[in-house]
Write a protein that binds this ligand. Structure first.
Ligand code: FES
Ligand SMILES: [Fe+2]
Length: 376
């Protein structure tokens, strides 16, 4: 499991436990260096939204977990930063990605997810191999002089790292050294047990902010997460453009009685990794969630979620436990978060705030906004 390894760049598990136990003893939490005022116009402005999507297109960004493309011909087609993209594992096992538009008249050649031997455009039947090359044109004599070699699907850069498929749509991308320092967040034994998509009526940044602070635990999650966790007790770390928030469970206190070498964090805390800008990887006790926030409009976001088991799914009992955990998180606590983000979005319309104020408990959000502003 990924969380047992030391995390170069982030604290190792033992250091996290030390810091958490210290916070429990002293009734403290990690504090950021500054208070940040983010203009509310940045959540509603069309101009800002366009700039953010443009940034996403030139960012090397996670597109899906590698496990979503388990075999030759497996594909995922979805919009990324408003652009239809198709990622597919080829005959040679390599993942490639293309602009998902037929070279005849632009229809998408694949939808959703699946497994294919080739991609046949649904409009007139132009057919592409898994490597994107154009294999067949029905009634080809109607296109005299057309060079099939020049009419393959248009590639974008794709690469697999950390158990994720990263896509770079434009430019050289942003392969930052800090991301290289992160170990695989998802390893090859982890399998997808659930996958869902929903459209949330909120700006993508409002959704994101809810994942990366623990200051709201008591007020928002009084009967769901709070009975097991702490209010406003987190370890907040940043690594380059990214961050990680640790949410300890109350039962982590029992580790105080153990020598550090015998301490195991399994089941005692949740790590939330934010991969800049729009991806969250939540490592829970038995499963890992990958959440991709796809901005649709300034006021709507498609949330794409993958649930991956931390253990083999071969054991039926283990699978049931994973599903029960995932159900608890998504049906209860996450539902409370969804209600909050939709309300904040409506609150923008109230015109009460010229800016939102992020305090020193919300340091990962401050880091996110500062990084985003600099990147734009
Ligand atoms: S648009 Fe694809 S075959 Fe015509
Ligand atoms: Fe929450």
């Amino acid at each position: 499991m990924p969380r047992k390894r030391s995390q170069p760049g982030f604290l190792d598990d033992n250091a996290v436990v030390e810091r958490v136990l210290g916070h429990i003893r002293n009734r403290t939490t990690d504090m950021g260096g500054e208070v940040w005022r983010e203009p509310t116009g940045n959540y509603s402005s069309e101009k800002r939204f366009a700039a953010e999507r443009e940034l996403l297109r030139r960012t090397t960004a996670p597109f899906c977990p590698s496990a979503a493309l388990p075999e030759k011909g497996s594909y995922v087609a979805r919009e990324a930063a408003g652009v239809p993209i198709l990622a597919v594992r080829g005959e040679d096992g390599e993942v490639r990605a293309f602009r998902n538009a037929c070279r005849h008249r632009g229809m998408q050649v694949a939808q959703g997810t699946g497994c294919a031997k080739s991609f046949v455009c649904g409009y007139h039947g132009w057919t592409y191999r898994l490597d994107g090359s154009l294999r067949h044109i029905p009634h080809e004599h109607g296109f005299p002089g057309l060079d099939k070699d020049k009419h393959g699907l248009v590639p974008v850069r794709a690469e697999e790292r950390h158990g994720l498929v990263f896509v770079t749509q434009e430019g050289k991308g942003t392969r930052d050294a800090t991301l290289e320092k992160m170990p695989a967040l998802i390893d090859s034994e982890q399998a997808i047990f659930a996958c869902s998509e929903s459209v949330v009526q909120a700006n993508w940044k409002i959704l994101l902010e809810g994942f990366i602070e623990g200051y709201h635990i008591r007020a928002t999650h009084k009967d769901t997460f709070f009975p097991y966790g702490f209010d406003n007790l987190n370890v907040v770390e940043t690594l380059g453009r990214h961050s990680r928030i640790t949410y300890p469970f109350r039962r982590i206190e029992k580790l105080a009685a153990l020598p550090p070498a015998q301490r195991r964090v399994d089941g005692l805390l949740t790590y939330v990794y934010q991969l800049f800008p729009n991806v969250l990887i939540t490592v829970l006790s038995r499963h890992t969630n990958v959440v991709i926030l796809e901005p649709l409009t300034p006021a709507t976001t498609r949330q794409i979620s993958y649930g991956l088991t931390n253990r083999g799914l071969s054991d039926e009992a283990a699978r049931k436990e994973v599903e029960r955990d995932a159900q608890f998180v998504t049906q209860t606590g996450a539902a409370e978060d969804r209600a909050v983000v939709a309300a904040i979005q409506r609150g923008l319309g109230a015109g009460a705030n010229s800016h939102f104020t992020f305090g020193r408990f919300e340091g990962a959000i401050v880091h996110f906004h500062r990084t985003l502003r600099a990147a734009l």
